[in-house]
Design a protein around this ligand. Structure first.
Ligand SMILES: O=C(O)CCC(=O)C(=O)O
Ligand SMILES: [Fe+2]
Length: 331
């Protein structure tokens, strides 16, 4: 038997299409996740973690290989999950209704093969699974509910030490024009000038706080300086935000702009289809999304979004009572 996990030299491809028995097995697991993600987030997370032990071995191995060494693009897409019945599309995202679907329950189980799901009080009302639907008022903003403008390149919560390790997108309804972009730190190194490689590992960039956190944090606060790349040159991690990050010198600012040009020229694009669960490696890669044109008629792109941390303990001070939601004032 070939195993992408046991063969540590095997590359992890972006797409992992489920075989028919795997699809059936995952749907059966999803149906056994009975807690309500909105009203019982803790029980929901615990059940999902237990059920993750029963994932088909080869699916778990793909997820673990992705966790250990990343994929060839910075994302892993499990394709071909059962979506189940779709709720009436929410006009906005306060309810977290997508989290109750069969697809989102499977998404939670898969997420728990990578770590622990957490919510962030400032993002999607703190729900473990947030309804990501285009919002007419936010159409031109840099928030996840934007649509008509490109969502600029970023790593999730670049400004926060409690940033998630993974962003997980469950596609309930797709949009042919909406491409999710990803680009790895490792590939960035292939395209920068040799003399800039060491610069990227120096703390030369500051960042502001994301506007989603404006009700809780001072968005004028300047954080950092940080390096864009950290760790080993063979498997670097990254922090980037086109909207919020600034170089502290002219040369650093020019290098950030060069990074963004390289991203645009070489990024991978994934158009999500119903039944896809996309896992974004928030340490190894930066991401963004193309513009698209919603109709706001109840048939728009509908994504159930979750966040995963590998180390629940690290954010304990920010989760009163040991709950699942990271309070925004600590972000
Ligand atoms: O809509 C997408 O495909 C990605 C949005 C995004 O950046 C996110 O959910 O973190
Ligand atoms: Fe994002």
């Amino acid at each position: 038997m070939t195993s992408v996990f046991l063969d540590s030299s095997a590359a992890v491809p972006t797409f992992r299409e489920l075989a028919a028995p795997e699809r059936a097995a995952l749907a059966a697991l999803g149906a056994r996740l009975t807690a309500d993600p909105v009203t019982e987030p803790d029980a929901f997370g615990r059940q999902a973690r237990l059920l993750a032990r029963e994932l088909p071995a080869e699916v778990a191995e793909s997820l673990w290989a992705f966790e250990e060494r990343g994929s060839d693009s910075g994302v892993l897409v499990l394709r071909g999950l059962e979506v189940g019945e779709l709720p009436a599309p929410p006009p906005d995202n306060p309810g977290g209704v997508g989290g109750r679907t069969l697809l989102a329950r499977q998404q939670a189980i898969v997420s728990h093969a990578l770590g622990h799901m957490v919510g962030y009080a400032a993002e999607g009302h703190g729900h473990l699974l947030q309804d990501m639907v285009p919002n007419a008022k936010l159409a031109a903003t840099q928030q996840s509910q934007g649509s008509r403008v490109e969502l600029e390149a970023h790593t999730e919560q670049c400004f926060s030490a409690l940033r998630p390790d993974y962003v997980v997108l469950g596609c309930l309804r797709g949009d042919a024009d909406a491409a999710t972009y990803a680009f790895r730190a490792l590939d960035l190194l292939q395209h920068v000038h040799q003399s800039d490689v060491m610069e990227l590992f120096r703390p030369l960039w500051t960042t502001l706080v994301d506007e989603s956190f404006a009700d809780f944090l001072d968005t004028r606060e300047v954080r950092g300086p940080f390096s864009i790349l950290s760790g080993d040159v063979d498997d670097p991690t990254m922090l980037v935000d086109q909207d919020l990050m600034h170089g502290i010198t002219k040369r650093a600012q020019a290098l950030l702009e060069r990074v963004l040009e390289i991203y645009v020229a070489h990024r991978h694009a994934v158009t999500l289809e119903p039944g896809d669960v996309l896992m974004l490696d928030n340490l190894r890669a930066m991401h963004g999304r193309s513009p698209f044109t919603p109709r706001f008629d109840g048939t728009d792109r509908f994504i159930s979004r979750g966040f995963v941390t590998r180390d629940l303990r690290r954010s304990r001070f920010a989760r009163p009572g040991g709950g699942r939601v990271v309070q925004a004032s600590f972000s």
